[in-house]
Design a protein around this ligand. Structure first.
Ligand code: HEC
Length: 184
C-alpha cells in the first residue's frame, strides 16, 4: 500500500512543479514591480539614481501605462482623454490630473469617485467605480503616469510606492466624493 502511494506521488509532484513554473512564467508581466526594483538597484549605484528622480521610489512607466489606459480607463475617458460631455470628465487638461500632490488621483483610481465635480469649468455628477481590486500598484502608477503626460499634460510620474502607500493606508468600501478628497 505504502509503496504504491509513493509511486503515484512522484508524477503528481512533477505535475505540480510544472504547473507552478508554468504559472510563474505567465504571471511575469504583472509581477514586474517586485522583480524590477531590486534589479534596477543592483544595476545602478543608489545615489545618482535617487538624485535624478523627482520623487523617491519607482516611477510609473508611461508606455506600459498607455496599455493599461487603453484596457481600462478609455472606455469612459476615451482614447483622446477628453471624456464624454455630460457623462465622463476629461483627463486631458484637467488640473486634478496634473496636480503635484498625486494623493487625490491615486485615491480616485483605487476607490472610485462619485457626486458633483467640476473639471475644466464643466460640471459632472456621476460615478467612477473603484479600480483598486483589478489593478495592482504598478499598473495604477503606470496608468496615472501616462495620463499625466498624454494629450498635452505634463507632470512628474506617479511612483509605485505612492500607490502602495495609499492602498495600505486607506481602506474604504465606497467611492470618494470631491468634498471628502479635498478636505483631507
Ligand atoms: C466606468 C467608467 C470609468 C472608468 C473605467 C474610469 N473612470 Fe475615471 N471617472 C469616471 C467618472 C464618471 C468620473 C467622474 C465622477 C463624478 O462625477 O464624481 C471620473 C473621474 C476621474 C478623475 C477625476 C476627474 C478628472 O476628469 O480629472 C480621474 C483623474 C479619473 N477619473 C481617472 C481615471 C483613470 C486613470 C482610469 C483608469 C485607471 C479611470 N478613471 C477609469 C468614469 C470612469
Amino acid at each position: 500500500m505504502k509503496k504504491t502511494n509513493q509511486l503515484t506521488l512522484v508524477p503528481l509532484a512533477l505535475l505540480t512543479a510544472a504547473f507552478f513554473s508554468g504559472c510563474g512564467a505567465a504571471e511575469k508581466p504583472t509581477s514586474a514591480p517586485a522583480d524590477a526594483a531590486p534589479a534596477k538597484e543592483a544595476a545602478k549605484p543608489a545615489a545618482p539614481t535617487a538624485a535624478a528622480k523627482p520623487a523617491a521610489g519607482t516611477p510609473g512607466d508611461a508606455e506600459a501605462g498607455k496599455a493599461v489606459y487603453l484596457r481600462v480607463c478609455f472606455a469612459c475617458h476615451q482614447a483622446n482623454g477628453l471624456g464624454l460631455p455630460g457623462a465622463f470628465p476629461p483627463l486631458a487638461g484637467s488640473s486634478i490630473v496634473t496636480e503635484a500632490d498625486t494623493g487625490k488621483i491615486i485615491r480616485i483610481v483605487l476607490h472610485g469617485l462619485q457626486g458633483p465635480i467640476e473639471v475644466k469649468g464643466v460640471k459632472f455628477n456621476s460615478l467612477m467605480p473603484a479600480q483598486g481590486a483589478q489593478l495592482n500598484d504598478k499598473e495604477i502608477a503606470d496608468a496615472l503616469t501616462y495620463v499625466r503626460n498624454a494629450w498635452g499634460n505634463t507632470a512628474a510620474p506617479v511612483t509605485v510606492e505612492a500607490v502602495a502607500g495609499v492602498r495600505a493606508q486607506v481602506q474604504r468600501p465606497t467611492p470618494w466624493t470631491w468634498d471628502e478628497l479635498t478636505k483631507k
